[in-house]
Design a protein around this ligand. Structure first.
Ligand SMILES: *Cc1c(COP(=O)(O)O)cnc(C)c1O
Length: 393
């Protein structure tokens, strides 16, 4: 396919624009688990759907092209993609992981990999000296997530990849928050990019899926073998849903991001908000880096209420966002990292990472930004009113 087209056009005009067999303008869902072979010794391209399935393959080709990699892989969840990629490591290896990594990845590294003799060190990857110092002779992987979850810290992908290369290690980047529309880690030197396609890529809170894209053939062969061995492949209905989501990725991201900028600006000025974490704010410590390595700040922000005791009331009063785990959907999602995405992390570990009990994360959806701001305003005002009444008593 021609790379003359812009990304927006590529989302629609790729190899899977229509089905070559029928002209159907949607990838057919091939439910078959097995495929008839017509001769005793020469088999076709497809034999068994864990190994290769045409519907899943279409999604794998689409994401590989969008991320600029040689090959893509679709898994039954983001964690299945991440865990399978970790299986590239061997006993005795050491991995350096970004400190405020997704809670499920934290659990995989600290409770599963450790049992297989794979060591880890968590570092704040905004500090490149700390990254360098964490490297040991047996370090084989640097694992980054940027912007991070839930504090939206930005890691310099190119710099981290260079450090990894110097030490003969791989770089994996969890690109869930950005998607390839806003950030393409392989172009910045990463070896594998990982996604929870449950989030922005599918975009409608209606499927759980994971993706991995690999930069070179050698690593792709190894990851393919692990995908087939471990077997956590994505089902065909879900693969189709992710492909449908991807068609509208750029318009959804644009709209949500534009609203996120406005909402972050509103929250920053509100007297009940202690701090807003969003790389789209000028005050964010890595806002410049974010705009150098990505095409925008994204549509996720976190904010801390002045007093953690206000949180329950705020959540009760706010009407538009759903209060739920997850992010990256058409509807705005408000979540509570301490009790949701990072519940797998012990409280002292959360504290160390700055994930306070008064922190909320907002994934901005497609509602009007004005409606969302009005909604937050009334919820915050109700807290102000209550506090004023308390003072009077
Ligand atoms: C949700 C998420 C994951 C895990 O993906 P699942 O699809 O829930 O398994 C990994 N990384 C990030 C950044 C996420 O937001």
């Amino acid at each position: 396919m021609s790379h003359q087209y812009t990304f927006e056009t590529q989302l629609l005009h790729n190899k899977h624009k229509f089905d070559p067999a029928t002209g159907g303008v949607s990838v057919p869902i091939q439910h078959a688990s097995t495929f008839h072979q017509s001769t005793a010794d020469k088999f076709g391209k497809y034999d068994y759907s864990r190994s290769l399935n045409p519907t899943r393959e279409a999604l794998e080709e689409i994401i590989a092209e969008l991320e600029g990699g040689v090959r893509g892989f679709a898994f039954s969840s983001g964690m299945a993609a991440i865990s399978t990629a970790f299986l590239l490591l061997s006993q005795g290896d050491h991995v350096v992981v970004t400190v405020d990594v997704y809670g499920g990845t934290y659990r995989m590294v600290t409770q599963v990999l450790n049992r297989f003799g794979i060591e880890h060190t968590f570092v704040d990857m905004t500090d490149l000296d700390a990254v360098e110092q964490a490297i040991r002779p047996n370090t084989t992987l640097l694992y980054a997530e940027t912007p991070s979850n839930p504090l939206l810290k930005v890691t310099d992908i190119q710099a981290v990849s260079e450090i990894a290369k110097k030490h003969g290690a791989y770089t994996f980047v969890d690109n869930t928050f950005m998607t390839p529309y806003l950030q393409r880690p392989l172009e910045l030197g990463a070896d594998i990019v990982l996604h929870s396609a449950t989030k922005f890529l599918s975009g409608h809170s209606d499927t759980v899926a994971g993706l991995a894209v690999v930069k070179d053939e050698e690593l792709a062969k190894r990851l393919y073998s692990l995908q087939n061995s471990f077997g956590a492949v994505l089902g065909v209905q879900d693969a189709w849903l992710v492909m449908r989501g991807i068609k509208t990725l750029s318009v959804r991201m644009n709209q949500s991001q534009e609203s996120a900028v406005k909402i972050a600006g509103f929250l920053k000025e509100h007297p009940l908000i202690k701090k807003v974490y969003y790389p789209g704010l000028a005050g964010h410590p890595q806002s410049k880096l974010q705009l150098q390595q990505a095409y925008g700040p994204g549509a996720v922000l976190s904010f801390e209420l002045k007093n953690a005791e206000f949180l329950a009331r705020f959540i009760e009063k706010v009407r538009l966002p759903v209060f739920a785990v997850s992010l990256g959907a058409v509807e705005s999602i408000l979540s509570y990292p301490a009790k949701m995405s990072h519940a797998a992390m012990p409280q002292d570990e959360r504290k160390k990472r700055g994930i306070s009990d008064g922190l909320l994360r907002l994934s901005v959806g497609l509602e009007s930004a004005d409606d969302l701001i009005t909604d937050f305003e009334q919820a915050l005002d109700s807290i102000l009113t209550l506090e004023a009444q308390k003072e009077e008593v």
